[in-house]
Design a binder for this molecule. Structure first.
Ligand code: IMP
Length: 179
């Protein structure tokens, strides 16, 4: 059931509870893998906003947080293929154990571009954690080290994901009935 009247055209797919459980599991795996280190968590705005905040708090390590913003969507549901960093991290990444936190890997074009860009800054290691992955849409291969949920080719909104900048504030993830 969807109690949000502004989003009556969104059918819930993952509840707040399911998301939080998965985030806790991911946080534990990451904490085990990075034990003894202080990874640099880099959130990709704006889609990973809420996931990033929850994941960071689920990792029992002295990590640092930073944000960057990329633009890859014109505002509809299809990628434009054009990727730009519109706002960059505030500190150098050289020698850091960088973990990129993304909302969804769809065609992979955005992450392929971004990971290449970050790799050139010579981090000690570079990994990707994506809350959602849509394998059927992949156009370029992207290594996803941590993933929350594997989803079908549906247009999803909520928990940071938007349609034309709306619906990000839904606490659950749902499917747009008529995107
Ligand atoms: P990609 O470059 O095609 O992998 O697209 C990645 C970006 O597209 C994500 O970071 C999202 O911002 C956006 N995106 C892809 N699929 C969806 C979706 O189902 N809902 C909302 N945004 C999406």
């Amino acid at each position: 059931m969807n109690p949000y009247s502004f989003a009556s055209d969104v059918k819930p797919l993952y509840t707040e509870h399911q998301i939080q459980q998965r985030v806790r599991d991911l946080g534990q795996s990451i904490a085990e893998d990075y034990a003894g280190l202080a990874p640099a968590l880099i959130g990709v705005m704006k889609g990973s906003l809420f996931f990033f905040a929850d994941l960071a708090r689920a990792i029992d390590l002295p990590l640092t947080v930073d944000l960057l913003e990329v633009s890859s969507y014109a505002g509809g549901t299809e990628t434009t293929g054009e990727v730009r960093i519109t706002s960059d991290v505030s500190r150098p990444l050289a020698g850091q154990h960088v973990l990129v936190v993304e909302d969804i890997v769809d065609t992979g074009l955005t992450m392929n571009f971004l990971l290449d860009n970050l790799r050139a800054r010579q981090p000690a290691s570079l990994k990707l954690c994506s809350l959602l992955v849509k394998p059927s849409r992949a156009r370029v291969p992207v290594q996803i080290d941590y993933r929350g949920f594997t989803v079908e080719d549906l247009f999803l909104v909520g928990y940071g994901l938007d349609y034309a900048e709306r619906y990000r504030n839904l606490p659950f993830i749902g499917v747009m009935k008529n995107p």
